[in-house]
Design a protein around this ligand. Structure first.
Ligand code: NAG
Ligand code: NAG
Ligand code: NAG
Ligand code: NAG
Ligand code: NAG
Length: 462
């Protein structure tokens, strides 16, 4: 029996700061894996697990328009083909109408210890402990009701930058294979050979005059450097992908919540793409006059507006792009540069496509929350290279931006711009969907020959 223990429960001496998540292969149903959470908190009256955990549904009981009508299955009742979706609105009903499935119980043997064990299928799960808080969507870190796992800290630059930890459960075909849907997310597991296949991911501070976080005139991003980076003498021109977060997020999201580095390791290992550098920037806190956005300041953040894409583009052009070129061995022309992003990051990608057309040859609009006005025939006549780019428009079948993404595609159709589509069949506005979109963006779009044709993405690997 394989045991992946992400953190060991330290002795109950240090009662207030101790927790663990253990993923076990069980060889039995319903999923072939179970996950055990242990959390020590002697003063808690009730502990739920939330912060990203979702109930399950299946495709016969799922809707992108009203969350209340989705399956809402407890994973103990898992059946092949089940998946989780998340849409922010309207929220799930509260008790007593709906009881949240992830509830810890107090251990009879060890005082102050809370445990919960559940089968889970393949996928990434983000979570936090909800202490003395009965309605998961209302439990926030700044009110003290949401507690991060002290022994499985999130990937982040500074404290407060993330509000959930995450873990990944493997696929077991014996229990999870479904004739109706492929829900195997193993492409986001650790690549097998650490030395040969696993790149490095880290946070970086860069000089960005006017920035108000993490320090005055200092802004940050996360960077993925592929396994061979720095080991190939003379190689100075790695292809470069910028990958943006969405509203209410930051540059650590793609790694913490989407395991971007694992997806990249596996795309490279399986020769879908050559070794590629990824930068995940942050688009909040660039404006010295603007309100401060700190992820962990959840109650306050509802009032922080989304920075306009044009202003973010101009800021990145001035400070981020030159800094990255100066400090890393990345290529120097559009043919090996891409920009992609999710939701409002998809809007930023669209802005880059329209107004930084010469900077990038590849664009990935993942669950784009775009709204018009879109480019028209006159815009294309004035900037013909808009038609020569490698574009993906991707969104989930149950994604609340589905209509917006379709409108974008219709607008591109109207001016004769070709693009690759991915409609994620289990997809909502959430990280399992964006992982899937990055995975297919790598396989079908990145660094393919331009202009795209109906044969693009059907050919050999690199
Ligand atoms: C959740 O918070 C909202 C906004 O503060 C409030 O209106 C609602 O009643 C809360 N719901 C529950 C179940 O506590
Ligand atoms: C970036 O700067 C902040 C604020 O000074 C600091 O707390 C953090 O550790 C720095 N991060 C890195 C990766 O240097
Ligand atoms: C959270 O927001 C409040 C209100 O704007 C602010 O006073 C406080 O400094 C913020 N906290 C952090 C850690 O940024
Ligand atoms: C762009 O850079 C790559 C990598 O250095 C190089 O192979 C390619 O020839 C360059 N393309 C153009 C159009 O300059
Ligand atoms: C691009 O720039 C133009 C001119 O500044 C602006 O009107 C437009 O909103 C920008 N973005 C897009 C996506 O068109």
């Amino acid at each position: 029996m394989a045991v992946f223990s992400f953190a060991l429960l330290s002795l109950l001496v240090a009662l207030e700061a101790s927790a663990s998540v253990t993923v076990r292969k069980t060889g039995r149903g319903p999923t072939g894996y179970e996950v055990e959470f242990r959390y020590a908190n002697p003063t808690a009256k009730r502990v739920l697990i939330g912060g990203g955990m979702q109930p399950f549904t299946d495709q016969f009981h799922a809707t992108g328009t009203d969350y209340r009508f989705n399956g809402r299955y407890d994973p103990h009742d898992y059946q092949p083909g089940d998946f989780y979706i998340s849409n922010p609105s309207p929220r799930l009903p509260a008790e007593p109408e709906y009881k949240w499935p992830y509830e810890m119980t107090q251990s009879r043997n060890e005082e102050g210890l809370w445990t919960y064990t559940t089968p889970l299928p393949s996928g990434i799960y983000s979570f936090a402990y909800l202490v003395n808080c009965n309605y998961a969507p209302n439990c926030t870190i700044d009110t003290g009701h949401l507690v991060l796992d002290p022994d499985l800290p999130p990937f982040m630059n500074v404290r407060g930058d993330q509000v959930a930890s995450s873990f990944q459960v493997p696929f077991d075909a014996r229990f999870q294979a479904s004739p109706e849907l492929n829900t195997n997310f193993d492409y986001a597991l650790d690549a097998p050979d650490p030395k040969r296949h696993r790149g490095v991911v880290k946070t970086v501070n860069y000089t960005s005059p006017g920035s108000i976080h993490p320090a005055p005139d200092v802004h940050d991003f996360a960077i993925y450097l592929p396994a061979e980076y720095g080991r190939v003498p003379g190689k100075k021109d790695y292809p470069l992908l910028y990958l943006s977060h969405g509203a209410g997020g930051n540059g650590a999201d793609w790694e913490n919540l989407g395991r971007m580095s694992h997806v990249m390791d596996n795309l490279i290992r399986l020769k879908h793409i050559p070794p590629t550098v990824v930068v995940t920037p942050s688009f909040y806190n660039l404006d010295p006059q603007g309100p401060l956005f700190i992820y962990g300041n959840q109650s306050n953040n509802l009032n922080v507006p989304i920075p306009p894409a044009q202003a973010v583009r101009k800021n990145f052009e001035q400070f981020l792009f030159p800094w990255v070129e100066e400090h890393y061995d990345v290529c120097r022309n559009a043919s090996c540069r891409a920009f992609a992003g999710l939701s409002m990051g998809g809007v930023l990608t669209h802005e880059m496509f329209v107004n930084a057309t010469d900077m990038f040859d590849y664009y990935g609009m993942f669950s784009p929350a775009t709204s018009g006005p879109y480019i028209d025939a006159a815009a294309v006549a004035a900037n013909p290279s808009l038609k020569e780019k490698g574009i993906m428009v991707a969104y989930g079948l149950y994604d609340f931006v589905f209509p917006a993404a379709r409108n974008l595609q219709t607008a591109l159709d109207a001016v004769g711009i070709r693009y690759i589509t991915r409609v994620t069949p289990f997809g909502s506005h959430y990280w399992n969907t964006w992982q899937d979109e990055l995975w297919w963006f790598g396989q079908k779009v990145l660094w393919k020959e331009l202009p795209f044709t109906v044969q693009t993405g059907r050919g050999k690997r690199c």
